[in-house]
Write a protein that binds this ligand. Sequence first.
Ligand SMILES: Nc1ncnc2c1ncn2[C@@H]1O[C@H](COP(=O)(O)OP(=O)(O)O)[C@@H](O)[C@H]1O
Ligand SMILES: Cc1cn([C@H]2C[C@H](O)[C@@H](COP(=O)(O)OP(=O)(O)O)O2)c(=O)[nH]c1=O
Length: 204
Amino acid sequence: MRGRFITLEGIDGAGKSSHVQFIADQVRERGVHVIDTREPGGTRVGEDVRKIVLHEPMGVRAEAYLMFGARSEHVTKVIEPALAAGEWVICDRFIDSTYAYQCGGHGLPRATFDALVKALEPAPVPDATFLFDVDPALAAERQQGQQRTPDRFEREKTDFFRRVRGAYLERARDEPARIRVIDASGSFEQVRARLEAALAPVLA
Ligand SMILES: Nc1ncnc2c1ncn2[C@@H]1O[C@H](COP(=O)(O)OP(=O)(O)O)[C@@H](O)[C@H]1O
Ligand SMILES: Cc1cn([C@H]2C[C@H](O)[C@@H](COP(=O)(O)OP(=O)(O)O)O2)c(=O)[nH]c1=O
């Protein structure tokens, strides 16, 4: 029986990474093997690409090609083999991030994005995507606490994240069966409770 593919999405600081392990544990509790991974990254090549694309200045096309290059390795070497073996995959960011950040944020033409998605085929489509939706100002506040130097994207201004958020919500309107919007404002506990409620039917 093929495994299920769950992705987490949202602007930087939405709080999504804080829930990856929780989701993986919920799946494990049902006796299912699960791996958690992330993009850009997930493989040696992907993690090397991550260092470049998060820190080197470049044009939006190069950004998009690098994200899809890393993704190609990730899908063929990690995600698809795990799903085929019946394991579930929890992935922190996937193709929706490219639409939101490169198209919504940096103006990549939609036709270029669609061509990259096509070139990646056959790629697994997530069975469920949890979009952690939050106001960019609140997300920026949450990032304040973080010690490490912000990457190229985290240094963007609020209007960039407004565009990214808008693109995510557009995706969610286009694919309501796949993308569950989680209101990520409020306390950690409140967000966790909303996630649990949205997760229940996916784990059933
Ligand atoms: N609901 C919340 N309220 C306040 N701070 C939060 C909340 N959720 C996460 N955080 C904190 O915000 C920061 C960003 O969280 P993280 O999960 O890394 O976000 P993302 O992966 O979406 O960028 C972390 O310091 C985390 O502890
Ligand atoms: C997967 C992906 C990520 N990104 C961006 C979103 C994030 O700002 C960054 C990945 O960082 P992120 O996943 O937020 O990791 P961390 O929480 O450790 O910073 O890359 C894209 O622009 N396009 C993509 O296709």
